[in-house]
Design a protein around this ligand. Sequence first.
Ligand code: 5GP
Ligand code: ZN
Length: 114
Amino acid sequence: MSDCLFCRIVAKEIPAEIVYETGRTLAFRDVNPQAPTHVLVIPKEHHANAAALAEADEGLADEVLKSAHAVAAQEGVADGGYRVVFNTGLGAGQTVFHVHAHVLGGRDLGWPPG
Ligand code: 5GP
Ligand code: ZN
């Protein structure tokens, strides 16, 4: 989708600091980090949100999740604890409608989130 920000990052039309990649997923640093580690993991294929992805392609949903955990390990935050978040829908604060897992770590993360 040419009007989708994250599809444009996949297409290398917009620069991003890529930290991890598999055949079907891409992970890059959030431009406005909320923690020392804040990486976004996306499927290269466009799906609007986590529910749509799980419905359309459970293998790809699995690859996104595995990539998120691989990123946490690579970033060195796996032992200290980290959070994987899919904001889903406007009310949850989703602003980019290409599904993305936020991988957050490197500081104490409060619960429940604000
Ligand atoms: P959402 O609010 O949809 O869950 O998360 C979207 C995330 O994308 C936000 O954390 C925001 O900072 C990040 N973001 C928005 N535009 C860009 C961009 O152009 N590049 C990168 N790397 N992150 C972006
Ligand atoms: Zn997209």
